[in-house]
Design a protein around this ligand. Structure first.
Ligand code: GUN
Ligand code: FE
Length: 423
């Protein structure tokens, strides 16, 4: 297999807030793994074919660590209710349609394609409770070249008649699903109790034991909305805080993703840090369904692991560039609320969260580190008007907020070229 050599303006995020920039540089991978970024072509590659992208930006691809695939059909709709009413009125009926495999196939094929076309090559995704539709989702992601984790949702209480499992049925379906998804190469299973109000203690206990036995990661929701938090207190009077309802069943460790954490106080945040839980910040969703403004800057200052999620369809943007911009904006809203001594996120920091921080959940090192699987995008921005000749850093900043038409020229996922367009 010949080396993959990409030439252009290479920008990556090696640590929070820092950008590595190599103009007219070479990003080299062999067998899908990055060898390094070089300012001149190393001698051993002389004569090898080079994908020369001219002045285009070569960036890390994006990682969306929280989204709901069966909510894709309601993207951009029905955001006039707070979380618990929104779930019952819009979300559950929309997800119930995925009992139909033909419908699932059509929607998931389109979703997988749109993810890839937006430069998102890694995901942690919620499916619905349906086993067959979940396998279809995994197939369609695999076919499109999108990598990551997908979870069949577990929910055995507080659903609607069209969207709820019996406890034993939920356990059985989960085991059958795990059995059936073993052969996927790039898409792996993640256990997915929807959130505490959706799962009985017996089901949570089963999932915690299953995660430990099989070494599976876990994803769920935490402290998104004040009404939800109050409800969890009533359901679990023995737990003083929401996170303890996961911890008590073994669903709380360094392979756990918790979406939102808008209202997590110092004690809950300390519990996340101690366990190595990753917070998935979903700024668009938090604003759309009036959940609150997560203290993302503070979480980072405290040393928590934070990545980003589109959380469609609470979030209205599938494109992770937009989600990065939303996270920067949310941090500024927090600053206006908390006082001017609070820092906001810089664009470089937001970019790190949308790329390197997400990749870390899959074992990637930050930036284009040698040994990483090649996940990269190539972006044109030359058609946009300029106030002055832009530095690579300014070009990235602009792309976070605004892209030209057909900006994406190429997408590489796990070493494979998924998409390529002539200039
Ligand atoms: N909490 C439980 N389910 C959901 C969901 O589908 N979306 C969001 N935003 N929060 C949830
Ligand atoms: Fe969510």
């Amino acid at each position: 297999m010949p080396a993959t050599i990409l030439k252009g303006t290479i920008v990556s995020a090696p640590s929070l807030g820092k950008l590595d920039i190599t103009e007219k540089g070479y990003l080299i991978a062999e067998e899908g793994r990055i060898k390094g970024v070089f300012p001149v072509l190393p001698e051993q590659y002389a004569g090898a074919p080079v994908e020369d992208y001219g002045d285009a930006l070569i960036l890390q691809s994006l990682a969306d660590l929280h989204l709901h695939a069966p909510q894709y059909p309601m993207l951009g709709m029905g955001m006039d209710l707070p979380l618990l009413d929104w779930l019952n009125a819009y979300t559950f009926p929309t997800e119930a349609r995925f009992a139909d495999p033909d419908y699932a196939r059509d929607i998931y094929r389109r979703l997988a394609r749109e993810l890839m076309e937006n430069g998102t090559t890694r995901v942690c995704m919620f499916s619905s409770l349906h086993r067959e539709a979940t396998l279809i989702l995994m197939e369609e992601l695999e076919r499109a070249g999108v990598t990551g984790y997908v979870g069949k949702v577990n929910m055995d209480r507080n659903g609607i008649p069209a969207l709820q499992e019996e406890t034993e049925e939920s356990k059985r379906e989960t085991l059958l699903w795990l059995e059936a998804c073993q052969d996927f190469q790039h898409v792996k299973p993640i256990l997915t109790p929807r959130f505490t109000p959706s799962c009985t203690d017996g089901l949570m206990d089963f999932l915690g034991k299953l995660a430990a036995e099989r070494g599976l990661p876990v994803q769920s929701h935490l402290s998104e909305n004040t009404g939800e938090i109050q409800w969890v207190k009533e359901l679990h009077p023995d737990c003083s805080q929401y996170w303890e309802t996961y911890a008590k069943y073994g669903l709380w460790n360094d392979r756990t993703l918790m979406a939102h954490c808008v209202w997590s106080d110092e004690r809950e945040r300390a519990a996340m840090r101690a366990a190595g839980v990753t917070v998935v910040h979903c700024a668009d969703s938090n604003q759309n369904i009036c959940s609150g403004v997560a203290p993302v800057r503070r979480m980072l200052d405290e040393g928590l692991k934070v990545a980003l999620g589109s959380d469609i369809a609470g979030g209205d943007h599938l494109n992770m560039f937009d989600v990065v911009a939303a996270s920067v904006r949310a941090s500024k809203a927090r600053r206006m609320q908390d006082g001017w001594e609070t820092d906001f996120l810089t664009v470089a920091e937001g970019w790190y969260l949308g790329t390197s921080a997400g990749a870390a959940f899959f074992g990637g090192r930050p930036g284009f580190a040698p040994g990483n699987s090649l996940h990269a995008i190539v972006l044109d921005d030359g058609d946009l008007p300029q106030p002055h000749p832009l530095t690579p850093q300014e070009r990235l900043e602009r792309c976070v907020y605004r892209r030209q038409k057909n900006a994406l020229r190429a997408v590489w996922s796990s070493g494979r070229l998924l998409f390529s367009r002539e200039k």
